[in-house]
Design a protein around this ligand. Structure first.
Ligand code: TNX
Length: 492
């Protein structure tokens, strides 16, 4: 195929005859006047400046002269997209046209410009004095609107620099959601002003006695803005009503005895819980979810809901219902793990499917009631699992997942749902066994690239040999940038 080495695979991409466009110190960036488009142009100029060894100008006026990289916002209908394409998918659509004189990136929305620039980055090759971009034409839009990664920062803490590296990685793969699992038994990782002891008392621990940490409000806000500038939405998760030992350690008022629970640094799940009959429980949910919603410009707040293994259904439903009500009251859409489907979630909620061992009846019933599903099937999308027997890090509770198994699955087959009922695909990395950025990136890469393509590219655009070929381009870039990734056993 005379294709272009873009990953995830685009809807259409072809090489064109002719010389490449050379990006060097004389290149100009030309952009529409919308602030978010200007933000994309500044990021681009920064990247070009680094490759070309000097700053390049950003301007608004296109004089049609050669040497420009032009970022254009199209009029509605200005891109030849399939009729009826959902607005959230059209927003991320882009066209890239390159000849020896100019590069033109066109999108309906600024976020589409970012996706086009991420694709352009993958076709550009370093040359003396800058970059060469082969003549080509690409037209592209995603299959699913939510293409994410759930990162557990509760079992092990990862500092803001690492979180920003993860954001850059997601953006480079045209993924758009960083779901942060911010609270669990082992630690509370976001400053919560209404309940200051959560971080004063319950943030210092991690699994195995490793150091803890948390994001202050300004640090959290800065991460959200950084992510937004790269077209990534941060979805905060406060996991209730189970997985709450850190909260019970900080506030004795949440336990039936009134005594705080000791800290927990093990790897068990399902043992801790809130109690509906304890007076502080509902106010606690109102306070912490209200605080988190208040620092969330994005549309979603995740309320967890998984593995509350010691609670009867009625109490679970009451607590999940209260948490969901707080989120909706704050103007946000509820996201919850699949267990919460059996509590009546507000219409329009998102149910995150993970446990392939449990019958999905409640999930399917929630869909009939208007929920949409986020697919994270553990046997495909849980990237804390080892790749193969030799892999020195990772867990095995959901099996081992080689790159090919991570790549070769079809979202429509998981629950036999049509695409309209599936909001998207999300990988997850739980961090009981993951303590360092190196191990984190090892487990993510290259598998996250496979998940990105499953989530972005329609099945007819996907194929293992072609994926492997395009992946080689990416791994070469990761090597240049010093990004760790796992090599052996790629094909298993
Ligand atoms: C289940 S998957 C969990 C996590 C654990 C993981 C691995 C899911 C929604 N919950 O809390 O980290 O198993 O132990």
């Amino acid at each position: 195929m005379a294709g272009v080495p873009i990953l995830p695979a685009p809807v259409r991409g072809e090489r064109r005859a002719g010389r490449p466009f050379l990006v060097d110190a004389t290149t100009r960036v030309v952009v529409a006047e919308e602030p978010e488009a200007v933000c994309a142009a500044v990021l681009l100029a920064h990247r070009i400046g680094r490759a070309a060894g000097g700053p390049v100008p950003v301007g608004h006026r296109d004089d049609g002269e050669p040497g420009a990289v032009v970022l254009r916002l199209a009029e509605p209908g200005g891109l030849p997209l399939p009729p009826g394409l959902a607005p959230d998918l059209a927003a991320e659509a882009y066209r890239v046209e390159v000849d020896h004189a100019r590069v033109v990136v066109t999108a309906a929305e600024p976020v589409g410009l970012l996706r086009g620039l991420a694709a352009l980055d993958q076709v550009a090759v370093p040359v003396q004095g800058g970059l060469a971009v082969p003549s080509c034409a690409v037209l592209d839009h995603p299959r699913f609107a939510w293409r994410g990664l759930c990162l557990d920062v509760a079992r092990h803490w990862f500092a803001p620099e690492t979180l920003r590296d993860v954001v850059l990685l997601l953006a480079s793969l045209r993924m758009n959601t960083l779901h942060l699992h911010l609270t669990d038994d082992q630690g509370w990782r976001i400053e919560t002003p209404s309940r200051p002891r959560l971080t004063e008392v319950a943030a210092a621990t991690s699994v195995g006695g490793d150091p803890g940490g948390f994001l202050s409000r300004p640090e959290y806000a800065a991460l959200v803005v950084f992510a937004a500038a790269h077209g990534v939405t941060v979805v905060p998760e406060i996991d209730v009503p189970g997985h709450v030992n850190a909260a019970l350690h900080a506030y004795g008022s949440l336990t039936p005895s009134g005594e705080p629970r000791p800290p927990y640094t093990g790897v068990g799940v399902g043992f801790s819980r809130l109690h509906a009959e304890v007076a502080d429980t509902l106010p606690f949910l109102t306070d912490v979810l209200g605080d988190v919603a208040a620092v969330t410009p994005g549309p979603y707040v995740h309320i967890g809901g998984d593995e509350a293994l010691t609670m009867h259904a009625a109490e679970y439903d009451q607590l999940v219902g209260h948490a969901a009500g707080v989120v909706v009251g704050a103007g946000k859409t509820v996201v919850a793990w699949q267990e919460a489907a059996r509590a009546r979630l507000p219409a329009g909620s998102i149910v995150q499917y993970w446990d392939e061992q449990t019958a999905p009846d409640a999930v399917l019933a929630a869909v009939r009631d208007g929920a949409r599903v986020l697919l994270s099937p553990a046997g495909r999308a849980y990237l804390d699992t080892r790749y193969d027997r030799e892999c020195p890090v990772g867990s095995e509770w959901s099996g081992r997942i080689g790159l090919r198994a991570c790549y070769e699955w079809e979202p429509a087959d998981v629950l036999a749902l049509p695409d309209e009922d599936v909001v998207g695909v999300e990988a997850a990395i739980w961090t009981e066994t993951v303590a360092t950025p190196r191990d984190l990136f090892w487990l993510l890469l290259p598998r996250l690239a496979a998940i990105a393509e499953v989530a972005w590219s329609a099945p007819e655009r996907r194929g293992w040999p072609d994926f492997e070929r395009r992946l080689r381009g990416l791994t070469a870039r990761w090597d240049l940038a010093g990004v760790p990734w796992y090599r052996p056993g790629l094909e298993t």
